[in-house]
Design a protein around this ligand. Structure first.
Ligand code: NAD
Ligand code: FES
Length: 272
């Protein structure tokens, strides 16, 4: 069970796996995620269900901490201990949106993929701005080409497309095209800046949040996020949300705290 059927290195930080998980695959909808445990003592890793074929699920992970590094050591033919899902709410499709701009920052291209693909399947016009630190950090481009009308690129170092952030490219598009909706997924600071930009152009924004999760079922409260003054849990109320009322400052403060802790714990575990 949960056999790894394919593994692909997307760049030095990010990998893709196709894993046999028929019960998850059969029931997954765009926007759902799953939780993986590599072994029976493993931490629970929440990951977007990028694609399914009814039997297998595609996941994409960034080798950031101890558990994703452990996951990355698994090869085709190995099995994962648990794959639990589908979890979370499916993406809320906005029927009135006719033309949509997807904005993907780095590994955020993975959670954006199933949402944009669904809008395209429903006959909407879908454009994409995809950004990364370098050309090699632009992931899934060939798969996006299958349904996007136009794709625009940005890299921090200028190695491909516009030199700069995705927000710069999006703003130039807003000056010539009309979009009804923007779906922005990537680092928190990027999503926050996309919301500010979109407000200026009166465009609605949806985002996907990935705060630290433990149980993934609304029990632990770890993935809480404040939206319009109310507490929501990303695992059961999201992870996709309309972005306008999200308290990004609070999320960034909490993420920075965990980043410091994770680095320390990962170093200790890897030294063992
Ligand atoms: P990164 O830091 O390399 O940034 C990717 C791109 O985002 C940049 O190339 C740039 O175009 C844009 N960006 C960065 N800073 C910006 C700013 N200040 N203003 C406007 N645009 C900006 O991203 P990465 O390392 O690939 O992604 C890692 C982050 O993405 C992690 O923090 C992770 O938590 C988050 N992430 C989010 C989700 C999600 O569902 N929301 C999923 C996976 C990862
Ligand atoms: Fe525990 Fe969401 S992960 S409440």
């Amino acid at each position: 069970m949960y056999k790894i059927k394919k593994k692909q290195i997307l760049n030095k930080d990010v990998e893709l796996m196709i894993v046999e998980a028929p019960m998850v695959a059969k029931n997954a909808k765009p926007g759902n995620f799953l939780i993986v445990r590599v072994d029976d003592k493993g931490e629970r890793i929440p990951l977007t269900i990028v694609e399914t074929n009814g039997v297998d699920v595609t996941i994409i992970y960034q080798k950031l901490g101890y558990s994703t590094t452990l996951l990355s050591k698994k090869e085709v033919g190995d099995s994962l201990c648990d794959v639990v899902g589908p979890l979370g709410q499916p993406t809320h499709i906005r029927d009135d949106a006719k033309r949509i701009l997807g904005i993907a920052g780095g590994v955020g291209a993975a959670p954006l993929f199933p949402q944009l693909k669904e809008y395209a399947r429903l006959g909407k016009t879908v454009d994409l701005v995809i950004g990364g630190r370098t050309k090699e950090h632009l992931i899934l481009v060939d798969k996006y080409k299958e349904f996007c009308e136009n794709i625009y690129y940005a890299t921090d170092d200028g190695s491909y497309g516009t030199k700069g952030f995705v927000t710069q490219v999006a703003e130039s598009l807003y000056q010539k095209n009309k979009y009804d909706l923007s779906i922005a997924i990537g680092p928190l600071i990027m999503m926050k800046n996309c919301v500010l930009l979109n407000k200026k152009y009166k465009i609605k924004t949806d985002v996907s949040l990935n705060p630290i999760m433990i149980d993934g079922t609304g029990m632990c409260g770890n993935c809480r996020v404040t939206i319009n003054g109310e507490t929501k849990f990303a695992c059961v109320d999201g992870p996709d949300f309309p972005a306008e009322g999200i308290d990004f400052e609070e999320l960034m403060a909490r993420q920075n705290y965990y980043k410091k802790e994770e680095k320390h714990i990962c170093k200790l575990k890897l030294e063992k």
